[in-house]
Design a protein around this ligand. Sequence first.
Ligand code: PMP
Length: 329
Amino acid sequence: MGVTWHRNAFVDDAKATVSVRAKAFNYGLGCFGGIRAYWDERQDQLFVFRLRDHVERLVESARILGLESPFPAERIAEIVIELLRRNRCRTDTYVRPLIFVDSDALSPTLTDVPVSLAVYSLPFGRYFSTPHVHCCITSWRRVADNAIPARAKPTGAYLNSALARAEAKRNGFDEAIFLTESGEVSEGSAEHVFLLRRGQLVSPPSTADNLEGITRRTIIELARSAPLSIDFVERSISRTELYVADEVFLCGTGAEVTPVGRIDHRRIGSGGVGKVTRAIQERVAEVTHGRDERFAHWLTPVHGGTTRSRASKPAGKARPARKPAARRR
Ligand code: PMP
């Protein structure tokens, strides 16, 4: 049993509850984030990955919904760190902050309502159990940004994700890839999509009704820079282009970098883990586990020191030099 931040305090997990009448429960009125923290055995330390970016996106998600975040991004970052400390997290961990309409009144409104923050954590390993996945193009279309803002992470929008994922699972696939209403590749149920063709890495823009992704941004930056130095272009992708790609992968905070072996029963490349995908996977793992000082500013240490960490200083000092940590996967 650990603690959860609920409303304005840390409480026992079991006490972090809402009423069955809650608007957040009845109508999905709120937005959330998903953050990973990686345990580094060598340094005996837990590092939160891109905490500042995650809390800023959460506050922006609230703004898109027209809700005012009960706390500024910096304070939410402090709460996340404090939560991980209080829960004595010493393993790879997932953190879920939620900003929600905290009212039990009947109508589905976003104005003149109390808004609360909840943050909980849980130990979290791999999102997919297999080294590569078989995806389908779901018959459900991605919810349009002008219907339920896909750029944000609104709680209610995950019915769209759940419908697609359920369809995929029922039909024997591992994951679903959405098209937009106009038929372009959008994203997975909780991941972004990249393809590799003729040596060029491609991913659709956020205007294809997908979330402003933090892992996606990480991959673009790492792919373009040394040692990977891969050509990347952001442009719209059509379904059939996925079928003829040399490699396809999904990415997200939960899914990390997940190779796609097949789509709609068509083999992608070798049908396993592509060479470039493998290199990107390894590069991302290197950075998330603190083995590249150039990206140390993306990591916030949890244990020891003060809660005012690099989370509030984007280009903070690099951590002291150390031996590379042992690979864990
Ligand atoms: N798309 C959707 C719909 C998601 O829920 C997620 C997970 N947050 C992603 C993409 C991946 O985004 P990120 O890399 O920021 O976690």
